[in-house]
Design a protein around this ligand. Structure first.
Ligand code: TYD
Length: 219
């Protein structure tokens, strides 16, 4: 008899620094676990010992834009092959705090590297690997900046100016327009309970759909 493990579902969370994404990551993990699902929670840049070292450099050390982009993808390549794919293959649901959309938004948009360079690296390093569902936590720039500056010491990205974050937000919105079926845009200006009520509906639909996708797969 051949046994099949259900492939897990890959969810990423995105948004500007200060958009509120990090508040919802542990909550989402708890929601999935409460539905009996095995969950792996991870983040980018990071998620592996090598990736976490790269993260520290990326957040602290100033470097050429292309170096920054290559290091983001180096961390991501390691993360995908050592952690994300094995977890999905083992049937785990993977919740990832940022993924490739952040490179399109921050390096492609914010830093003005452009979409095609990010796309080329994506195609080369991690072809065909993208989340099943991406939640984009969206707030106007002023709200994100206000939330951010009251929290703690700012890293290299968080210290960027308004124009950088405008371009980053715009690039995120462009991703949503290009792939509306993958993205779920979350109005993160709403009170947390309202956001969570909406997300609960979204989680239930996702769990339902992912389950039925699997059930309809031929052995
Ligand atoms: P973030 O998850 O916001 O860290 P924290 O919540 O601990 O501040 O991510 C760190 C920074 O990395 C963030 O400012 C965005 C940036 N980043 C990129 O510029 N490109 C990428 O591809 C990724 C994954 C992150």
């Amino acid at each position: 008899m051949i046994t099949h493990t259900t492939r897990g579902c890959f969810i990423s969370l995105e948004g500007l620094d200060g958009a509120g994404k990090s508040t919802h990551v542990p909550w989402l993990v708890d929601q999935l676990k409460a539905r009996g699902l095995p969950v792996l929670c991870t983040r980018e840049p990071g998620g592996t010992p090598l990736g976490e070292q790269l993260r520290q450099m990326l957040l602290e050390t100033s470097m050429h834009l292309k170096t920054e982009t290559l290091l983001m993808f180096a961390a991501r390549c390691e993360h995908v092959h050592a952690v994300i794919l094995p977890a999905l293959d083992a049937g785990q649901w993977v919740v990832c705090d940022r993924f490739t959309d952040a490179s399109y938004a921050y390096q492609g948009g914010g830093r003005q590297l452009g979409e095609s360079a990010v796309h080329a690296l994506e195609q080369w390093a991690i072809p065909g690997i993208e989340p099943d569902r991406t939640w984009l936590f969206d707030v106007p720039l002023e709200v994100a900046r206000e939330r951010l500056t009251r929290s703690r010491q700012l890293d290299r990205f968080e210290q960027e100016g308004e124009a950088f974050f405008q371009r980053t937000r715009q690039a995120y919105h462009q991703r949503v327009q290009q792939q509306p079926q993958r993205f779920h845009l979350v109005d993160s200006t709403l009170p947390i309970e309202v956001v969570r009520a909406r997300l609960t509906t979204e989680i239930d639909a996702l769990v339902h759909r992912h389950g039925s996708n699997h059930n309809s797969e031929s052995p």
